[in-house]
Design a protein around this ligand. Structure first.
Ligand code: HPA
Length: 273
């Protein structure tokens, strides 16, 4: 058996008796949405550290567990804390949790994150519906022997972000009076923030927001045929767009401030899927 596949199966086998239901939605909580589970009807939690061989995040504010609960009537598995490539894990470990949630039965992957705004019309605290992404600056998680159990060797990427889910999110944002921009998200490896010249480059390439996650997860989920959607919370203007230096604390602070609206948008969207 492929070693990467075997590891996901092992993780699944070690926790399957503690999974309370077949989740419909897998929700990845980005910075600021960490407390999202407080608004859920929680049925079970599994600490990442208790799952054999599971990659455990080392970033402050990203401590991790799976939380199983209902958002209105929808069974959801949440990832509180994700693993980033810059922590030094192989890219196959970075997408292992995504693959595991699919193995649990999740059909929809809802990705959230905090990002830097490249589009000059975005302010700190803006929300951006991810319409497409640029992956060329991050390693592709499908490199290596193809895992046939997950999907094909050369997956189509022409509609990674599901059009119907996008419409549902757009509609809910409008109903809730939450301004929602739409754009292209680019993932870089981090952990350093970008230089102003790099932001200029990314803008020229058509990116609207930049971050250090999400795209590799979307590629792995797309490979497995999941329906994918994503919202980015623009926590700061990208490097060079203000005189201020960027700090992780600033990103966390801005995402925390935007959290109540973010929570509402996520909840209403999931309930309408
Ligand atoms: N750059 C990259 N990742 C980020 C940023 C940024 O400016 N803000 C939040 N995550």
């Amino acid at each position: 058996m492929n070693q990467v596949y075997e590891k996901v199966v092992k993780c699944y086998e070690s926790i399957k008796d503690r999974i309370p239901f077949k989740p419909k939605v897998a929700l990845v909580l980005g910075s600021g949405l960490g407390n999202y589970a407080d608004t859920m009807d929680v049925k079970a939690e599994i600490d990442y550290s208790k799952i054999e061989q599971f990659p455990v995040s080392t970033v402050p504010g990203h401590a991790g567990k799976f939380i199983f609960g209902y958002v209105k009537d929808v069974p959801v598995v949440c990832m509180k804390g994700r693993v980033h490539y810059y922590e030094g894990y192989p890219i196959s470990d970075v997408v292992l949790p995504t693959r595991l949630m699919k193995m649990m039965g999740a059909e929809i992957l809802f990705l959230t994150n905090a990002s830097g705004g490249i589009n000059p019309s975005y302010g700190a605290g803006s929300f951006m519906l991810i319409k497409d992404h640029i992956s060329c600056f991050a390693p592709n998680p499908l490199i290596g022997e193809n895992i046939e159990e997950f999907g094909c060797r050369f997956p189509d990427m022409s509609t990674v972000y599901d059009k119907e889910l996008q419409s549902a999110i757009r509609k809910k944002a409008e109903e809730c009076g939450i301004p929602l921009a739409e754009g292209i998200y680019v993932q870089l490896t981090g952990p350093s923030f970008e230089s102003p010249a790099e932001i200029q480059l990314l803008r020229t390439l058509g990116a609207d927001a930049v971050g250090m996650s999400t795209v590799v997860e979307a590629i792995a989920a797309n490979h497995m045929g999941m329906r994918i959607c994503g919202i980015s919370c623009v926590a700061n203007l990208a490097a060079g767009m203000t005189d201020q230096p960027l700090t992780h604390e600033e990103v966390q602070e801005a995402s925390n401030k935007a959290a109540p609206m973010f929570r509402q948008l996520v909840t209403e969207s999931i309930a309408s899927f």
